[in-house]
Design a protein around this ligand. Structure first.
Ligand code: PAF
Length: 250
């Protein structure tokens, strides 16, 4: 596996892969890889000839009081994991390479970004859409693979691809969960042992709603009350948002 830090070089490599009629899949990540990311790389490997994993902790998708500085980073471990799991290239630019001094463009997607995560993290999806568009232009993929865990993000990226006519197939891979159902996430490392144990309630809440739906319940308000009641079994929990929604539009 080759590590590429330079945008121009990555574009040249991608161009020559395309010229040789091989298919490229890109797996965009912010690193600190876990089994969820690995499942994306493996899926990429199944469908494409060449896999490019990108590793860039994108500052523009973090708010001023968010965790950009303390976001977990471990390049050597990420390098070994991407290589071992069959990635052909690891695109690993620094911030100056991605956002040179005169950088002034951003992609602002309306509607789908105006709910849930978009309300609690203003500007987050603008940062995501902009960096993902850049990564698409740099790696020139036929396929791009994302995890279903960040569900709203998957809808934002599909909207980006449709609205700006990127000729790329977006592939969404199911969430990988821990022993108690908690979705794997690089940020789970922030949790203390006790907080980690309590976080299992998130999955319990989803399962409660799922079983109500299986019994025929379709009233959003009733489903939401089951969701919130289950979450409140942990008294210290502070809910930003938790809601059932229409899958395609939220
Ligand atoms: O899901 C992520 O890790 C990031 O939002 C992404 C898609 C790599 C863009 O920085």
């Amino acid at each position: 596996m080759e590590v590429i830090n330079n945008i121009k070089l990555m574009q040249e490599i991608s161009e020559s892969i395309r010229y040789s009629k091989k298919k490229i899949a890109v797996v965009p990540t912010m690193g600190y890889l876990h089994t969820g990311h690995i499942s994306l790389i493996r899926r990429a490997k199944e469908i494409a000839d060449i896999v490019i994993t990108t590793l860039f902790v994108n500052p523009t998708q973090f708010g001023p009081n968010e965790d950009y500085d303390k976001y977990p980073r471990d390049f050597n471990r990420d390098f070994e994991l991407t290589k071992y799991n069959g990635s052909d290239y690891l695109f690993y630019p620094d911030t100056k390479e991605m956002y040179p001094i005169n950088f002034s463009t951003s992609i602002d997607i309306s509607k789908i970004t105006e709910k849930f995560e978009g309300v609690f993290r203003p500007g987050h999806f603008k940062g995501v859409a902009t960096v993902v568009a850049k990564l698409f232009n740099i790696t020139k993929p036929h396929y791009a693979i994302f995890g279903q865990k960040d569900y709203q993000q998957t809808l934002v990226i599909k909207r980006l691809v449709e609205d700006l006519n990127f000729d790329i197939e977006i592939i969404i891979v199911p969430t990988i969960r821990d022993y108690d159902g908690l979705a794997l996430s690089s940020r789970n490392t922030y949790l203390s042992k006790l907080e980690r144990e309590k976080a299992g309630i998130l999955f319990k809440a989803i399962e409660t709603v799922k079983s109500e739906i299986a019994k025929g319940q379709r009233e959003r308000l009733i489903l939401n009350s089951h969701l919130h009641k289950t979450l409140r079994q942990i008294p210290e929990i502070k809910i930003d948002y938790a809601s059932c929604a229409i899958a395609n539009t939220l």
